[in-house]
Design a protein around this ligand. Structure first.
Ligand SMILES: Nc1nc2c(c(=O)[nH]1)N[C@H]1C(S)=C(S)[C@@H](COP(=O)(O)OP(=O)(O)OC[C@H]3O[C@@H](n4cnc5c(N)ncnc54)[C@H](O)[C@@H]3O)O[C@H]1N2
Ligand code: MOO
Length: 406
């Protein structure tokens, strides 16, 4: 029996960051930059107005008051998108809209609200200072500077910055492409009615969703029968499009445990008992010329999803170039709202519902029990040396993927 940490360590020492390539900036959402990004242009790219109002020389309206407004002739209108370079002479004003380029010579904008809104001439009722309501060229970003560092995760804000600074394509670590297949003669695909002794292949759907939740790209193969030749052919056929492969089922002690039988003969997959519950029987190794990592997860659905959270998700994040602490992988603290026992010598992952930080068991904890799994918010992680948890004890919880809509 090996520990959870030992198994994860072996996985993380084996997986590699995927080779970066250039993508359109929107396609790169959720990816990590493989190189620094430099601004091609300044932001703002030209000095412009922050308000709808009147472009002025501040000195011309310095004496304006409510009772004694300064009246100026309006010599032009400047809308956003106006591409003419205009000049403002002393003693004049131009109507200007938010985002429109400031005319040369103007150094402030008077908001329309503090004027009479005139279109031929305008009465300005308050004074202005140089720079007021003016957005200076380059005040946000200067052309040629580094705007994002290698290793940055691209979300909406980063995508906006990169695009606005004139960069259309970026070099990123691509999303890992993950083939998901389940094994077992008992499986029928979702939508078919299982006969006696058959079950719906929920694992491949569950793990496909989990792959999407961690920002990787899933390819669901679905159920493969317990036949060594078929399984081997399927695995070999999938290798071309896979950065990783996940299988479920067929790794325990059964007489028809095909995954174990097939993968013990090819590649480097090593089968271990890991000191955890659920998820004890695990296999991991690489397959094919490209050394594609293969995770062989146990067939019990809860065991498979726990294994995904503990082993596969950190590996996929590492392959995507995301800097993350490997273990514990993003724990949140909680407090036990009820007492329960835990198995000695194994790290236990209990499905819990979180009410603020109070954790209670989500229901039956059998590794086949999907009801409690679906009700749970998190996995409470009970270390191997803990055999009893009392009300009020501190717990560390691993949030379940997808509970925030990912
Ligand atoms: N004699 C022993 N028996 C078992 C042991 C053991 O140590 N000695 N370990 C148990 C543990 S723990 C687990 S976990 C399971 C793992 O079994 P396998 O990975 O070989 O999986 P299967 O036998 O194929 O299936 C187990 C269970 O899960 C259901 N299943 C399988 N695939 C799917 C799927 N795609 N969708 C939904 N449900 C699935 C399957 O019907 C079985 O009920 O072994 C224990 N046995
Ligand atoms: O480890 Mo199995 O995964 O307990 O059900």
């Amino acid at each position: 029996m090996i520990s959870v940490e030992q198994h994860l360590d072996r996985i993380l020492r084996t997986v590699r960051v995927i080779r970066p390539f250039e993508q359109g900036v929107l396609d790169a959402q959720g990816c990590v930059l493989a190189e620094d990004v430099t601004a091609r242009g300044s932001l703002p790219g030209f000095t412009n107005s922050a308000m709808d109002g009147y472009a002025v020389r501040a000195l011309d309206v310095a004496g304006a008051t409510e009772d004694d407004p300064v009246v100026l002739p309006v010599v032009n209108d400047i809308a956003a998108g106006n591409t003419n370079a205009l000049s403002l002479a002393q003693g004049q004003t131009m109507r200007i809209m938010t985002g429109a380029p400031m005319p040369r010579g103007a150094d402030a904008v008077v908001p329309v609200e503090v004027t009479d809104g005139g279109v031929v001439r305008v009465a300005v009722r308050v004074p202005s200072v140089v720079g007021q309501h003016v957005r200076e060229v380059g005040e946000d970003v200067e052309q040629g500077t580094t705007i994002l560092r290698r290793g940055t995760l691209l979300g909406p804000g980063q995508i906006a910055l990169v695009a606005a600074a004139g960069v259309a394509r970026v070099k990123v670590v691509p999303r890992p492409r993950v083939v998901v297949l389940s094994t077992g003669d008992e499986l029928v695909d979702v939508g078919s009615t299982p006969g006696f002794g058959q079950i719906v292949d929920s694992n491949s759907l569950m793990l496909t969703a989990a792959v999407t939740s961690v920002g990787a790209t899933p390819y669901r193969v679905g159920g493969v029968p317990d036949d060594a030749r078929t399984l081997l052919d399927t695995l070999e056929g999938q290798l071309v499009r896979a950065d990783a492969i996940i299988t479920t089922g067929g790794v325990s002690m059964g007489a028809f445990d095909t995954v174990k039988e097939v993968l013990s003969r090819v590649g480097t997959v090593q089968f271990d008992k890991v000191a955890m519950r659920p998820g004890m029987p695990q296999g991991f190794g690489v397959l094919g010329d490209e050394q594609v990592p293969v995770f062989t997860l146990p067939g019990n659905p809860v065991s498979a999803l726990v294994s995904f959270h503990v082993f596969v998700a950190p590996a996929l994040r590492a392959m995507a170039g995301r800097p993350e602490p490997a273990f514990p992988p993003g724990y949140v603290p909680a407090v036990a709202a009820e007492a329960f026992s835990s198995i000695p010598g194994k790290m236990e992952f209990l499905r819990v519902v979180l009410d603020d930080d109070r954790a209670r068991l989500a229901g039956g904890q059998g590794s086949h029990m999907l009801g409690a799994l679906a009700a749970a918010d998190a996995l409470a992680v009970i270390p191997p040396e803990v055999t009893r948890v009392e009300v009020g004890d501190a717990l560390e919880c691993l949030p379940l993927l997808g509970r925030e809509g990912q």
